[in-house]
Design a protein around this ligand. Structure first.
Ligand SMILES: Nc1ncnc2c1ncn2[C@@H]1O[C@H](COP(=O)(O)O)[C@@H](OP(=O)(O)O)[C@H]1O
Ligand SMILES: [Mg+2]
Length: 346
């Protein structure tokens, strides 16, 4: 009888300690098995990723890429060349700054989250791999504002823009240049990071999480200042004037990242302010995803010109133009826009 009791107790103890160990493991950083390869995915269970970790490494990647962008510009050896043409026939510039920034950003993100799909504006040369590892530390401000949040790795798409406003970069208009990382979950933009390499300013935000940037306290809804592209404008001025009247102030500026920051409370010397951002020509998802996530996290909107949400999976192009606003009646803005079949994509 005593033997049976002891055996029973032994089995119970075994089961219970296993259960407890499992419980604790969920709260402990995962340790690599002795002598085994280091866990590439950090503390999240297999098949999932922690969005807070993704935010931290995205902020780091944008800053690291930005260092390359700055170094190349200051060294003045851009090796600018046309990599192709836009649909509208403008040269698409490529510089050493784009390529080196891309290499740094891509390999940092890839080594931290190997299971995640990463789409970048530039191609990575696999013969030119960079061995980088992320130390998995989370900056204090992120730790304070954001809780860990796990999502399935296969639901995530990361979009990298290693150098936004390349055209302006070649013209030495440094204020417009940003590096950007965006994390989409099931196609919805959830994390956005916009970094200005020449002033070391970074805006980050996570939907239903927190941010280090906020909306301005007021916007001019009646006669909004419209910020638009200076090098891929298409008929945007015509659209803006038709919508808001001939006296509307139109601010031409480079970079989709810069134009989103113009809608926010950004205490930056070289940052203009605007009320609405409109783009009517074709644009790529790496150009707009981070700005879309930041705006969404702060209660704003970025949609196509007909008001559809943009899905950040699949193809890299956005066909329907874009309109972005915050603390405004976005729907009313869209209803004011003229018939876009006649004016957009031209
Ligand atoms: N019609 C178009 N076709 C392709 N890319 C476009 C485009 N219009 C804008 N873009 C890209 O969107 C970004 C912002 O454009 P803009 O400065 O004109 O507002 C730039 O990104 P990159 O500089 O990263 O290439 C630019 O190349
Ligand atoms: Mg870009």
């Amino acid at each position: 009888m005593a033997v049976f009791c002891l055996l029973g107790l032994g089995v119970l103890y075994h089961l219970y300690s296993g259960f407890l160990a499992g419980r604790f493991a969920a709260f402990m950083p995962s340790e690599p098995a002795a002598g085994g390869p280091e866990s590439p995915r950090g503390s999240a269970p297999a098949g999932s990723v922690d969005l807070r970790e993704l935010l931290a490494v995205s902020v780091l990647a944008a800053a690291r890429g930005g260092e390359e962008v700055k170094r190349v510009r200051e060294g003045n050896v851009l090796n600018a060349k046309a990599k192709g043409k836009t649909r509208e026939g403008a040269d698409e510039q490529l510089t050493t700054g784009d390529l080196l920034s891309n290499r740094r950003m891509f390999y940092l993100l890839k080594s931290a989250f190997p299971a995640v799909q990463i789409n970048s504006e530039e191609r990575v040369d696999t013969a030119d791999q960079e061995t980088v590892s992320w130390d998995r530390s989370i900056p204090e401000d992120i730790k304070q504002k954001i809780q860990p949040k796990e999502v399935p790795a296969e639901s995530v798409t990361v979009w990298i823009d290693p150098l936004d406003a390349t055209q302006e970069y070649t013209e030495d208009l440094r204020q417009y240049v940003t590096t950007m990382v965006c994390v989409a979950v099931n196609g919805k933009p959830v994390i956005g990071v916009i970094h200005k390499p020449f002033s070391a300013y970074t805006a980050w935000a996570m939907v239903d999480g927190g941010s280090n940037v906020k909306a301005r306290s007021s916007y001019n809804e009646k006669t909004p200042r419209i910020i638009v592209s200076r090098s891929h404008a298409g008929k945007v001025e015509q659209v803006a004037r038709q919508t808001f009247g001939n006296k509307t102030v139109i601010i031409p500026a480079g970079g989709a990242g810069y134009k989103v920051l113009a809608l926010l409370d950004v205490a930056e010397k070289n940052q203009e302010e605007a009320d609405v951002y409109i783009h009517v020509t074709h644009i790529k998802k790496w150009d707009i995803c981070a700005g879309n996530a930041v705006l969404r996290a702060l209660g704003g909107h970025m949609t196509t010109l007909t008001g559809e949400e943009i899905s950040y999976t699949g193809s890299d192009g956005n066909e329907g133009g874009l309109i972005a606003s915050i603390n405004m009646n976005h729907k009313a803005l869209i209803e004011k826009l003229p018939d876009l079949e006649k004016t957009s994509h031209k």
